[in-house]
Design a protein. Structure first.
Length: 60
């Protein structure tokens, strides 16, 4: 359980760093918004991949 929590926190920190990098280096607002949505979706998918086995739901 603790390792899952640490993994989720690491995923959130990496996502926040990606958000910062997108804000700092991407000048076009449309591209920045699309990249931020992509980061959010990837982070959510990786968090679900770690949490769902604890709930007894086997994913793919």
């Amino acid at each position: 359980m603790l390792s899952v929590l640490i993994g989720v926190l690491i995923i959130c920190v990496v996502g926040a760093i990606c958000f910062w990098a997108i804000d700092k280096f991407v000048r076009e607002s449309r591209l920045a918004n699309l990249l931020k949505i992509l980061v959010v979706l990837i982070c959510l998918a990786s968090i679900l991949q770690r949490v769902l086995p604890l709930a007894g739901i086997n994913g793919i």
